[in-house]
Design a protein around this ligand. Sequence first.
Ligand SMILES: Nc1nc2c(ncn2[C@@H]2O[C@H](COP(=O)(O)OP(=O)(O)OP(=O)(O)O)[C@@H](O)[C@H]2O)c(=O)[nH]1
Ligand SMILES: [Mg+2]
Length: 443
Amino acid sequence: MIDTIYSLSTGAGSSGVAIIRLSGPASEEVLKKLTRKRAPEPRLASLRRIHNPIDQNAIDEGIVIWFPGPNSYTGEDVVEFHVHGGPSITEEVLKSISTVASCRIAEPGEFTRRAFQLGKMDLTSAEAVADLIDAKTIEQRRQALKQFDGQLAGLYDEWRKQLIDILAYAESAIDFSDEELPEGINNTITNNILYLINNIAQHIDDKKIGERIRSGFNIAILGAPNSGKSSLLNRLATRDVAIVSDTAGTTRDVIEVQMNLEGFAVIVSDTAGIRDTQNEIEFEGVRRARKAADEADLVVVVFDALDLPDISEITKNYISDKSLVLVNKVDLLDHSLPGEINGKETLGISAKTGEGFEEFQLRLNREVKNYFGNNEQPVLTRERHRKALEDTLASLNRSTQAVLPELVAEDIRLAVRSIGKITGRVDVEDVLDIIFGEFCIGK
Ligand SMILES: Nc1nc2c(ncn2[C@@H]2O[C@H](COP(=O)(O)OP(=O)(O)OP(=O)(O)O)[C@@H](O)[C@H]2O)c(=O)[nH]1
Ligand SMILES: [Mg+2]
């Protein structure tokens, strides 16, 4: 007996409309009990009075929609109650549903999990549902929708199909002697494997673009104490996030602010001023600052114009090809800026007056856009995909070294399995909990 699952599918709190969704064999029974009528026409919005089936009291009047399986989100029988979104109403409807046998509250992601299990969508589309719900920027949404539409699944399924073709060849090489096989079959196998290895390797050599679109592009602000890092963060965030003071060594913890630059999610971190220190707390702050810089996709290196020409040597070490170099406090400068530091062009700004800030923002936007590029190819979006592709590559590379045809075939079979795990074309029970655990209840 399969449970019927239900939950409030819209957000918590009061709203104009709230949707309570059910999926499973008892859906129709619940619908009849709560509306005291037959199920309406399938997929047709119908106005109904909704009652508590135990005390028979009216709860609300709302829209009900009946989706008999398999033409529903999950593939099972599904019912939606669209009621007024007051907590007393939604609680009472949920309570009423709980009185019907075999109905229980859904686990996180369970609706989508059932949709996957009944073949309504592959695993990458299911993951994309979670991403669509979480999307806060245009680019996050675009990427999630592409994945939901099956762009990633299409690519991986195509590679898997090619691998299965190669496997068929490789197995024929086991069963038949050399004389019986068409000429050059081993060369064809090897060439096809090498071609796939090349394509997969290119696909995963991606600067983690897809993962960064989901999780955010990391920018660390780094520099000597008092150079104006926190002032810069506050100006970027247009609010007073970090404490600013003329005491050197004010910031200790890493302060993160989420922003949206050019439609991309960005996390900007303000850090402790880098210097040698005996103070235990400041020392830990400096350690965290260095770590933030190491892990960042872009480091904004800030120098203090008041230190010129003896700018901080420790800070200089952080100039690399992933940095933007600023000289702050140009409002106090009575001579000209050095055009470059360590071969990197400098930009003079004043976090206090805003001088040069517009140009800084333009450069920041340009860096973010350049990092992501105009990639129209489907990109992988999770460590899970990367790991499966690395396993696939490892098996394929091994197969090119194998001498016995049996071993070649076995490695290709392993490769088929690894790549199949991404879309769920194999036994994947073990990964399901991880994927659907990312969801909130009601999705
Ligand atoms: N004149 C002027 N003063 C500035 C500018 N930017 C920051 N300041 C001042 O410099 C001092 C230090 O600024 P903060 O933003 O706290 O510097 P910080 O780099 O975060 O310092 P730590 O957290 O100690 O490393 C404060 O008194 C700011 O008001 C600027 O562009 N011009
Ligand atoms: Mg600070």
